[in-house]
Structure formats: structure tokens, C-alpha cells
Design a protein around this ligand. Structure first.
Ligand code: NCD
Length: 338
């Protein structure tokens, strides 16, 4: 990726290590604005079209928040039934139309490949907020940014990482994108733990191995005591043919304080893209870990705002102008520390 301005962000395959590091360095500069220490109007007048044709809380709201924090405005379309796609309009036509109303578009859709198809009709940059079971590139960037920050505390980088990915690795787009993005770094060890039927797709395993990383596949929580990161996931019930089918796998890999102590070293950082399924039959990440200092799940969601601000600034070509449009903040802020 030679430059970001005017580019779509559709897949992690577009990124090299330098591009990832560029996003991270711009994300760092967004901290004072996300913390409400200062505000900026650099995107004054710009409009984000936030199109979410599939359920979302944090991705949709953090894209919107990130754009607002840069001074831009957000127009939302949520749910397939509320859009003309329900009348048979093609993604191409919807893209031609909506790109006339916005400066940039973030989009989520249940079909793999749909966001790229949409981008072909768009006259403005399109950012993939998740296309079916395929990819979730901005989640991979925020996950990797979080990994970098968690590791920096102990003087380590992303190179030489051991990550355990657990749960629904077949349909989980976050693990597909994160695993592929991690292959850009050196000497990463992957331990992939899932029921056999929900194993990581061969294309992702091949990408890991072809890049020379270590890959271990298991159906049990075992051999992960040395993992630096435990990346837990939800059974993606919306991708199964029936609830009964999804029920077969719910609750297979739970993580709670006792299991954590038994299987992981005391420094292992616990991540999850969220939402965690907290219903008793699933409960993949127990509330008894909520106050654990290694639980990074809410640091991930906070970091998502910084990373999405960085992506907007880069794709709209204002990453060096943000502070030229600074203003003080006048209202009460609780001094959040992202
Ligand atoms: C994930 C997604 O939608 O792929 N959520 C998110 O964007 N943070 C993971 C999930 O839904 O399980």
C-alpha cells in the first residue's frame, strides 16, 4: 500500500508492515482528542455514510464517534429492511447513489465480498466494517494496535508473539483478518483451538505457513501455557443453518478465572473482539475475569476509536492537519484515559 489518500480499505491483504505501522503512529496522535483533552474540526463539513446491513454495536458506533471526534458528521443506514436493497436494488446502484451524499463510507454486510462489490460502484473511499465470514480489517488493526500496546509495557513488540485463538475460527472474520495481518511480523506462533468443524479455513492456515510462522492446531485447551495472547471468540450463530447447529458448539471453550490460571501463564493477555456471549449456555468469557488486569477487552474497544480516527484521517488526507484545527474543550470531562 503506497498511500492511503482516496483508497478503499477492504482487506488486510492491502497492508504491508509499513502501512500498519503508519496507522499505529497516526492513531497515537489521536489520543488527546479521544480523551477529550482537546477537540479538532479538521473534518468540518465532511460526511460519513455509515451503512450497517448487519447487527453491530461497537463497530458502527466507534466509526461514527471517530468521525465526529474529527469534526465530521455521520449519516446512518442500519438494517437491510430499511434500505432499498430490500427492493432489489444492486449494491452497485446503492453505492453510486450514497457515494453522492458522503465523503467516505463505512459498511458492514452479511455477504462475503459484498463490501468490495459495493466499492466498485462508489465514488468515495469505502471501509469494510465486516463482510460476512470473510474479513474485518479495521478490527484486525485495532486488535494488533492493542497487542502492540499491551506488549510494549514489558518491552516486547509484535515479533516473536505466541497467540492462541480459540472458538469459532471458521466463521469468525476477526480471527481471519488478525491472523493474516500478523503474518506481516516475524516469528509468530499460532495455536488454533476450535472444534474440528469450526477450524480455521485452509487459506488462512496456508498464509501463516507460507510466511514461515509456526502453526499448531488443537481441539483442546492444551499446550498454550506460553501464549502471550489468548484471543477468545464467540460462536457466530448468525452464520449457522440453524440455532440447533450452533448450540452444538456453545460453551465448548469457556474461559474463567480457574481455567485461565490452569492453562495460561500469569502474564497472558486476554482479548475478545466482543460481543461476548454471556448467556449461561455459552459464557465464553466469564465475568469473574472482569477486574483482571490482563483483561484487555475494553482497552480494545477504546483503541478502536483511535485506529478508526487514524484511518479516516489517512484516507481523507488530513493526518498532518489535525492539530491545525485544535480547540480547547470547555465541558466537564471525566479524564478518560485511553
Ligand atoms: C465481531 C464481528 O462482528 O465480526 N464483532 C466486532 O465487530 N467487534 C465479532 C463477533 O460478532 O463475534
Amino acid at each position: 500500500m503506497s498511500g492511503f489518500t482516496g483508497q478503499h480499505i477492504l482487506s488486510v491483504n492491502q497492508f504491508d508492515r509499513e502501512a500498519v505501522e503508519k496507522v499505529f503512529s497516526v492513531a497515537d496522535t489521536m489520543r488527546p482528542y479521544a480523551n477529550r483533552d482537546k477537540r479538532t474540526q479538521v473534518l468540518d463539513g465532511a460526511i460519513l455514510g455509515n451503512l450497517f446491513f448487519e447487527a453491530s454495536t461497537r463497530t458502527r458506533v466507534s466509526f461514527g464517534t471517530a468521525f465526529n471526534l474529527l469534526g465530521g458528521e455521520v449519516r446512518e443506514t442500519t438494517g437491510m429492511s430499511n434500505s432499498a436493497l430490500a427492493k432489489g436494488e444492486s449494491l452497485y446502484d446503492t453505492a453510486r447513489v450514497l457515494s453522492g451524499y458522503s465523503d467516505i463510507i463505512a459498511m458492514r454486510h452479511p455477504q462475503a465480498g459484498s463490501v468490495s462489490e459495493f466499492a466498485q460502484g462508489s465514488r468515495v473511499p469505502v471501509i469494510n466494517g465486516g463482510d460476512g465470514a470473510n474479513e474485518h480489517p479495521t478490527q484486525a488493526l485495532l486488535d494488533l494496535y492493542t497487542i502492540a500496546k499491551e506488549r510494549a509495557a514489558s518491552g516486547a513488540g509484535i515479533d516473536n508473539l505466541h497467540i492462541a485463538m480459540i472458538g469459532d475460527l471458521k466463521y469468525g472474520r476477526t480471527v481471519h483478518s488478525l491472523a493474516k495481518m500478523l503474518t506481516l511480523f516475524s516469528n509468530v506462533q499460532f495455536t488454533l483451538i476450535s472444534p474440528k468443524d469450526l477450524a480455521m479455513p485452509d487459506s488462512v492456515c496456508d498464509a501463516i505457513e507460507n510466511a514461515g510462522h509456526t502453526l499448531r492446531i488443537s481441539e483442546q485447551l492444551e499446550g498454550i501455557v506460553e501464549a502471550d495472547i489468548c484471543y477468545q471468540t464467540r460462536i457466530q450463530e448468525e452464520r449457522f443453518s440453524s440455532q440447533d447447529e450452533a448450540n452444538k458448539y456453545r460453551g465448548k471453550f469457556r474461559l474463567n478465572q480457574q481455567i485461565y490460571t490452569q492453562h495460561f501463564k500469569s502474564q497472558t493477555v486476554i482479548m475478545h473482539p466482543l460481543p461476548r456471549d454471556s448467556r449461561a449456555e455459552a459464557n465464553e468469557l466469564d465475568n469473574d475475569l472482569n477486574l483482571h488486569p490482563n483483561l484487555a477487552i475494553f482497552r480494545q474497544t477504546d483503541n478502536g476509536v483511535l485506529v478508526r480516527m487514524a484511518l479516516f484521517a489517512l484516507t481523507l488526507g488530513v493526518e498532518d492537519k489535525v492539530k491545525d484545527f485544535d480547540r480547547p474543550v470547555h465541558w466537564y470531562t471525566n479524564k478518560r484515559t485511553i
